[in-house]
Ligand binder design. Sequence first.
Ligand code: ASC
Length: 150
Amino acid sequence: MKFQKLVLGSAATVLAMCAGQAYAQFQKPEDAIKYRQSVYTVMANSFGKIGGVVKGEAPFNKDEVAKNAAIVSMMSTLPWQAFGPGTEGGKAQHAVWLDNAKFKAASDKMQLTVADLNKAAQSGDLESIKKAFGAAGATCKGCHDDFKKK
Ligand code: ASC
């Protein structure tokens, strides 16, 4: 019994330590700012490449669009962990922290439209890609209007 308790207790301690580490993954606010800006840089690069195809400025290569949409979709899940308390700064407006529920709603909306874009891109149908691209771009812009410094 005692041994079991000890094992369980140790497991709980290890779990708590891991959770603590995940929470404190950014040592300084600048590290969080750099992380989220890097994610947006990669997202914008892939989103922009799809944009070129949608606008007819680049040839439609299904595999390329599918690859870039998958990158955008995956990256879209990442910035939010880097907007924690005490990480104000960079290009983020204070509204991110003052109205965090609204920011979270905007981020959820963006992630949904980007997942839709990825679905369309994997199907390879250019018309649905164009539609989904427009909807995703609108959620990028919507969030920037309220939460990104001009
Ligand atoms: C981009 C990019 C954004 C969005 C936004 C859409 O390619 O870098 O921030 O699209 O401009 O309105």
